[in-house]
Design a protein around this ligand. Structure first.
Ligand code: ATP
Ligand code: MG
Length: 561
């Protein structure tokens, strides 16, 4: 596709771009950027922005930069920079050699600031931070001018240089833009451009002790990179007049800022500040805890990049804030895992079964289908022997009417193997069932009876002698209510689900998993999708339950009708 092609607009951002392409505003160019601040790990909301920015560039044959908005060294760290790069790449996007940092532009931004001072459009203010706040006014009252506002240009230039040279302490001086203290938009009331921070920066070290504010850095960085469309979330709409003001005042290349609604999800908190609290207060094991809505948490849990990208595309861009149901994300996850995950048998809550008429020392290798959705995935052998484990839930001693699985005297199918009939139930002294005795019908190998008789249930199983012991981590929602943030009295941490992690150890998995590697994904037949956790060792695999099999999204949609 060439840059000038016009795509049918599916949303307001694309129709704006189409209009620009038609009017020739950017010469048909489409150039976006994803601008994370490296003050935490990326979450699924960032994934939405990544998919949007990189996706639009791709669609229009344009480019998308990865630019770190690293203007606040007090909160930013190299660890976060590395994690963000890994996450964007994992999602499947590529910025070629266009990895940028706002800190690379510090010298240029400083020069821009000097230009504004020389034009009489910026001044050094020495009000205290409290006074600045007080002078700013409120939503209903105008602000008032600082007594330092009309300093001569020469004095401002000298003072700004002193700021840069470290001659002021934090809070003693700021550089402000001279706009309008009575503006109805508070962002336009002489916004601060530079503040003093005696904090080393992860990239520039001790080179600077003054740092530009977001508003002064962002648009100018976009302009330097010749970004055409600066897509950001709605809370920046009130900043757009300032974004435009700086670019106009400096007379430099002028990108178009366009705002869209943030992604919000039920049962999820999305701000980095709150996610950091979950980590620091020990509610989760780290930023990549599989219960976290971070990209790294999703990856560890077993999400695929495709599932996240398909979800983001399905949500689409909107101009008004809403909350998306987490079941929709899980729907896309199941869709993709169903197509791509090899099936295996694993027993999470084992009950021992002895097949009394099966030869003691025989092992048969049963042929099992790897993925019914993908013929090319082929088959594998699963060993069958006299002593097996089945799922405890698949047996009831005294079954109610609709329970069709195993019960005393009843016949069921063991998947890929034989029909078995339960003949006896063995209990311990306390009356707990510890073992079942069964018989098998050798004529039913492969799972069909020559006489055509049918059974109502097919159970999964593993051979006790051959199975591998493993650990399963079963996750539930991290919060107990859909919007943990909407309570005016209680902090969101009050709604953390105490049962969000259940560990099952040991579980038994079929021996074909012996070489499974961290990150590998499987469907445990009849149970759910699981991914191998990096905590796995050579001796023991650890599996994270990615998501169960049942489609709760379809159910939710049905309920709404
Ligand atoms: P947070 O409050 O979670 O820290 P942020 O906006 O401060 O979010 P940044 O690192 O500054 O985080 O965000 C980088 C980009 O991602 C910005 O363009 C921002 O608009 C976008 N973004 C952040 N959160 C969301 C979200 N929930 N949905 C869509 N886009 C988002
Ligand atoms: Mg931010």
């Amino acid at each position: 596709m060439t840059n000038n092609d016009t795509k049918p607009a599916t949303d307001f951002i694309r129709s704006t771009i189409n209009a620009h392409n038609q009017s020739g505003r950017f010469g048909g160019r489409v150039h976006t950027r994803f601008p994370p601040e490296p003050n935490g790990y990326l979450h699924i909301g960032h994934a939405f922005s990544i998919c949007l920015n990189f996706g639009i560039a791709e669609e229009y044959g344009g480019l998308c930069n990865l630019r770190f908005d690293d203007t606040n060294p007090a909160k930013e760290e190299q660890e976060y920079i590395d994690a963000i790069i890994e996450d964007v790449r994992w999602l499947g996007f590529d910025w070629d050699d266009r990895l940028y940092f706002a800190s690379d532009y510090f010298e240029q931004l400083y020069d821009y600031a000097v230009t504004l001072i020389k034009d009489g459009k910026a001044y050094v203010d020495q009000l205290s931070p409290d006074e600045i706040r007080e002078y700013r006014g409120t939503l209903t009252e105008p602000g008032k001018n600082s007594p330092y506002r009309d300093r001569p240009i020469e004095e401002n230039l000298a003072l700004f240089e002193k700021m840069r040279n470290g001659e002021f302490g934090e809070g003693e001086a700021v550089l402000r833009t001279k706009i309008d203290m009575a503006s109805p938009n508070i962002n336009m009331r002489d916004p601060v451009m530079y503040r003093v921070l005696h904090t080393p920066h992860p990239r520039t070290g001790d080179a600077w002790c003054i740092y530009p504010m977001y508003d002064f850095a962002h648009g100018q960085s976009d302009s330097i990179e010749r970004v055409t469309h600066s897509l950001c979330s709605l809370e920046y709409a009130d900043h757009r007049p300032l974004y435009d003001w700086y670019l106009d005042a400096l007379g430099i290349f002028h990108p178009q800022q366009i705002e869209f609604a943030r992604l919000n999800l039920t049962y999820t908190v999305m701000s980095k500040r709150k996610l950091r609290r979950l980590v620091e207060e020990g509610h989760v094991s780290g930023w990549d805890d599989p219960r976290m809505p971070t990209i790294s948490g999703h990856r560890r849990r077993g999400y695929t990049p495709e599932a996240i990208r398909n979800f983001c595309a399905d949500v689409g861009v909107s101009r008004s804030n809403g909350v998306v149901e987490i079941e929709m994300l899980e729907y896309h996850l199941r869709q993709h895992l169903n197509k791509t995950s090899p099936r295996v048998m694993a027993v999470l809550n084992p009950l021992r079964v002895v097949i009394e008429n099966y030869p003691d020392d025989l092992t048969e290798n049963m042929e099992a289908v790897n993925n019914p959705e993908d013929e090319a995935a082929g088959t594998r052998k699963v060993p069958f022997s006299k002593v097996l484990y089945i799922e405890r839930d698949d047996f009831m001693e005294d079954p109610p009417k609709k329970f069709y699985r195993l019960a005393p005297g009843r016949e069921v199918r063991l998947r890929y193997a034989y029909f078995i009939t339960c003949t006896d139930v063995i209990k311990d002294d306390d009356g707990n069932i510890i073992e079942l005795r069964c018989t098998y019908d050798p004529e039913t190998r492969g799972g069909t009876a020559p006489d055509g008789r049918r059974v109502k249930a097919t159970l999964h199983w593993v051979s006790a002698e051959h199975a591998l012991k493993a650990e399963a981590r079963l996750y539930d929602r991290l919060f107990t209510k859909p919007n943990p943030e909407d309570d005016s009295e209680q902090d969101f941490t009050a709604f953390i689900n105490p049962d969000s992690l259940e560990v099952r150890d040991p579980i038994y998995v079929e021996p074909s998993l012996a070489d499974a590697q961290p990150g590998d994904r499987y469907q445990f037949e009849r149970i759910g999708y699981f991914a191998v956790d990096p905590d796995s060792t050579g001796d023991k695999l650890v599996f994270n339950r990615t998501v169960g099999l049942r489609d709760s999204w379809a159910k939710l949609q049905k309920q709404k009708k």
